[in-house]
Write a protein that binds this ligand. Sequence first.
Ligand SMILES: [Zn+2]
Length: 544
Amino acid sequence: MKRLAAVAILAAILGPAEAGHYVRHGPAEAGHYVPRDIPRDIPHDIPHDVPHDVLHYILHAQQQDDDAAPRNSAPLTLLQINDVYSTLPVDGLGGLARVATLKQQLVAAGRTPLLVLAGDFLSPSVSSSVFKGEQMIAALNAAGLDLATLGNHEFDFGKDVLLRRMSEARWQWVVSNVIDRTTGRPVGGAVPYVVRTVGRLKVGFIGLCLTTSEISRGNLTGPRLVEPFAAAAQYLPILTRQGANVIVAITHLTFADDRELVRRFPEIDLIIGGHEHAPLTVTENRTLISKAGSDARWVARIDVDRRPNGAVERFFELVPITSALADEPRTAEVVRSFEDRLSTDLEVVVGTSSVPLDAEDMWVRTSETNLGDFVADAVRADAETDVAIVNAGGIRGDRVYPPGPLTRRTLIEIHTFGNIICTVALSGRVLIEALNHGVSRLPAASGQFPQISGLTMTVDPRGPPGDRVRAVRVGGQRLDLNRTYSVAIPDYLLKGGDGYTVFAEQRVLVDPEAGHLMLDALEKYVAMRGSIGPAIDGRITMVR
Ligand SMILES: [Zn+2]
């Protein structure tokens, strides 16, 4: 147990590239991942733009493809992706057209690959705020996805959009614990389990989605969520009765829940998991648990075989998705067509502004501006919190937007980062500490300057840094240092961005997994009102 905890921590500390190395060589049946030493001479055929930290994986891949490598006789090759929000590469890694090529190369090599997605892909992203996930379904259809289960983000647009997306997909949905209340069957025509025969293997799959508060508020009406362990208890015996000799759980659970699942159901040979965004590969007892990072920057390749004595073998490799894999043309075409449509859709007028909106850095980063008020108000309205704090550095454009139509493109210009709105519970004492951090660099303009909503304050820029904020009122009432307030912030600040270390130790009410895109909140705020005309209302008073 201690060792597994250490693995998880190592994964967190070392980051994605190193994490995949920490596969325990457990009992023989637990699988092979025994790369030889990395050769000193790097082969010539590795492209120059392959990031150095993924080189290990490429070399390991080549070693496992040696003629005598035992995985070459494994009947089934599972290709795992999870938590994919982009159809295109992100910082040079990923891209669904490359993933499609990887699968086709394996087919061409005579192998039987199944491409499996362990949830979280319909949202959030700028594209999804326009297409509501349609672009992901189309690209994954083209890429040849075979099996998928649901993650919490599949519920982001509500039940009706989810059902539409599920019907557009050409792959098999395996969803054991999200039940349509009217039919009593899994939602959207999914099956609760499936058995596939591949050579001498009879592989049974179940699919489990987390059921906790990560699923966006308000989007739980409709389907009934069954506790994942209860669903596993219901369907795993059926797989066994149907003669499955390899059991795979496709899960979108926390790592802790995956481990609990394995403890309760040791018959599971392999967990293809999601939710966490760092590649993670461990064996818990005899089960291999794999998470393949995010955005298809890696694909976990797991070749599966059974020995004559019945032991299940799993050969693991984390394949970096680099430019060494050419784009598969059909998938690339689908991706491109949505990108083209995206640029058209960005011209859609969301509403109008009756006043000029001030996004000039020199003002947004030193004082209240009407645009800062608008952004912070939209964030607070979306999160339904007492207070919102938005770092001025997250408000872009550095210009005055003239009155008139507000397009999606303008809103993206105003907030380009794709931040997600999180909610933390802060005491009045910590809230004032956060505000003091925000104004600590005045009179210098800085990204940490707080644009705020739900509160008023007086700031003395000449006071000692850390003690410049006075007369704070929340919702019109004097700040109570000991009261707890709900505070909406961008996920960037939750992670300590712009020096906001103050949030690290605080209780998180809505984390980045569950929150909405800031961009969506801006669009919703404008669209609901049709026209906005924010005015500086004196929520930040400067002592001159
Ligand atoms: Zn998730």
